[in-house]
Design a protein. Structure first.
Lengths: 110, 114
């Protein structure tokens, strides 16, 4: 069973478009996260949600909006995509002491 | 801001030898540090957590140390194997801990040569 799943795996789109990435976890954890890994492989926290409530928004443009319909899901909506948004986005679930990451979504903006 | 520094250059080690990776942090000592492994095209996988008051933690062929004086953690893989080749990431709580996520270093790319 996949603990944290993301769809799609790859996403290629043009500048200005709006896209969404879905994330689901079957681990039963209250806290879910979104991370961004840039071309230099630097992994940075974007959002943290605990029990469907936003905990942190780490200086992310408001074009990015996470949505948590329930504890098992944390989706990421991105409006007006820009070239600089190209990266791999990872969803994670877990505790402060151990996190489980999804397989990542490679977003390419052309 | 809290930072994690790792040597992101590739580290080449001969199979069977011990690989040692370094993680340095800035400002105050975190309550704990975590180590993750990341393979190409995959998400990071949790390996070990070491708390501030622990000097050393072991798990099979892995050993992690935490030196608050040097502001450093060392990650050792003994009897290294080609399958250990991956990028290893060090992480600390992003801010005060809790549900704030993690601050990661850039990772060290480890290559174990047969």
């Amino acid at each position: 069973d996949t603990a944290v799943s993301q769809t799609p795996k790859y996403l290629v789109t043009q500048m200005g478009n709006d896209k969404s990435i879905k994330c689901e976890q079957n681990l039963g954890h209250d806290t879910m996260y979104w991370y961004k890994q840039d071309s230099k492989k630097f992994l940075k926290i974007m959002f943290s949600y605990n029990n469907k409530e936003l905990i942190i928004n780490e200086t992310v443009p408001n074009r990015f909006s996470p949505k948590s319909p329930d504890k098992a899901h944390l989706n990421l909506h991105i409006n007006s995509l820009e070239l600089g948004d190209s990266a791999v986005y990872f969803c994670a679930a877990g505790t402060p002491y151990e996190q489980y990451f999804g397989p990542g979504t490679r977003l390419t903006v052309t | 801001s809290q930072k994690i520094e790792q040597n992101s250059e590739a580290l080449n080690i001969q199979e069977g030898k011990t690989a040692t990776l370094t993680c340095n942090y800035t400002n105050y000592s975190p309550a704990y540090l975590q180590w993750y492994r990341q393979d190409p095209g995959r998400g990071p996988v949790f390996l070990l957590l070491i708390r501030e008051n622990e000097k050393e933690k072991r798990k099979e062929r892995l050993k992690v140390t935490f030196d608050t004086t040097l502001k450093q953690s060392l990650f050792h893989i003994t009897a290294s194997q080609p399958a250990d080749s991956a990028t290893y990431l060090c992480a600390r709580p992003h801010s005060g801990g809790g549900a704030d996520g993690l601050t990661f270093g850039k990772g060290t790319h480890l290559i174990i040569q047969p």
